[in-house]
Write a protein that binds this ligand. Structure first.
Ligand SMILES: *Cc1c(COP(=O)(O)O)cnc(C)c1O
Length: 335
């Protein structure tokens, strides 16, 4: 795994901390719960997309891009982080926001990530829910090209083999930390959406022969679709890294029992998880991804899926800005 062979812009505050959560561990009666703080990657309040953007923007600069185009749901953390990195690098940015969550709530439509997107002054275009968003950003890319720009089109979530290199790099970072601390990691758990985070982690951890099992908690798709997407992208990432032999299908595991009614729609388990982490550890999760990921981990712990002395690391992927888009939901759920 020789990541220096790929163009990269160093953006993240890294290594991010790997910390023990003593209160949560006690509260739930084990396993030993650790947290990898990728909510603290720096740029624009942090999050996992900054990891991918190091390699994506490296490629964009290498090809002389002038304009970054990407897409996401209205409350996309990926769009917020991409817009910030584009600003930092002096590139123009157009984001397509999909009305994937149907709501008239002004906190959702104008607050949280959207507020930050607007403060950064990027061009925002809206699309109805269900739009083929990949086709839509490619179309915008063509339009900009015709206007003389050099567009660099980033898929939703920054999830292609280039972006996933960011999480192959986190596999290296995490193992180095664990080895330094003398920490035997048994399990790594995180929220999985557009698949790049899990694909990069799995490719990296397999390449390093880590023996760490990764579990993605789905926030959108059913299990078969999610695992297929992660596996396909993990194979593409491994190929890009020059790893022979591909990725074992068994290395890709997703649990999609905690999505609830759909992407971005709150669940009771998510509300409990967000409040629990805030109260036990003073750590804030987000309503769309890490809150549902932690809800899954808490439920699996209660069902006895882990032994007391196992070391389980939860990867915090960020997204807390989204809490302010769901103020009404949390206010009611705490009442
Ligand atoms: C995008 C995102 C994820 C999911 O990562 P993918 O690489 O898209 O699977 C998880 N948590 C947060 C906060 C995110 O913004």
């Amino acid at each position: 795994m020789h990541l220096a062979r790929f163009p990269r812009v160093k953006l993240c505050h890294a290594p991010t901390p790997l910390e023990f959560m003593p209160n949560l561990t006690r509260h739930l009666g084990g396993p030993q719960l650790w947290i990898k703080r990728d909510d603290c990657t720096g740029v624009a309040t942090g999050g996992n997309k900054n990891r991918k953007l190091e390699f994506l923007m490296g490629e964009a600069l290498a090809m002389g891009a002038t304009h970054i185009v990407t897409q996401g749901a209205v409350q996309s953390n990926h769009v917020r982080q991409t817009a910030a990195v584009a600003a930092k690098l002096g590139l123009k940015c157009t984001a397509l926001l999909e009305h994937r969550v149907q709501t008239n709530d002004s906190d959702y439509n104008d607050g949280g990530n959207v507020l930050m997107d607007r403060l950064m002054g990027i061009a925002i275009e809206y699309r109805p829910g269900g739009t083929d968003m990949q086709a839509a950003i490619e179309e915008v890319g063509e339009r900009l090209k015709a206007q003389g720009e050099v567009p660099y089109v980033i898929p939703g979530g920054g999830s292609n083999a280039t972006g996933a290199l960011g999480y192959a790099n986190v596999a290296l970072e995490l193992l180095a930390q664990a080895n330094e601390m003398g920490l035997r990691i048994d399990r790594l758990v995180h929220a999985t959406g557009s698949a790049g985070t899990q694909a990069g982690l799995v490719a990296g951890l397999e390449a390093l022969n880590s023996g760490i099992r990764v579990l993605g908690i789905g926030v959108r798709n059913p299990k078969d679709r999610q695992e297929a997407a992660v596996h396909k992208l993990a194979e593409a990432t491994a190929a890009k890294l020059g790893l022979s032999g591909g990725i074992r299908r068994e290395a890709v595991e997703a649990n999609c029992d905690y999505v609830g009614a759909g992407y971005g729609i709150p669940t009771e388990g998510m509300a409990e998880a967000v409040a629990m982490l805030a109260r036990q550890e003073g750590i804030f999760l987000d309503p769309v991804y890490s809150g549902k990921g932690m809800a899954g981990l808490i439920d699996l712990i209660r069902k006895g899926a882990f032994s007391r002395d196992e070391n389980v690391v939860f990867l915090h992927t960020g997204g807390q800005v989204g809490l302010f888009a769901y103020a009404d939901f949390f206010t009611k759920s705490l009442a």
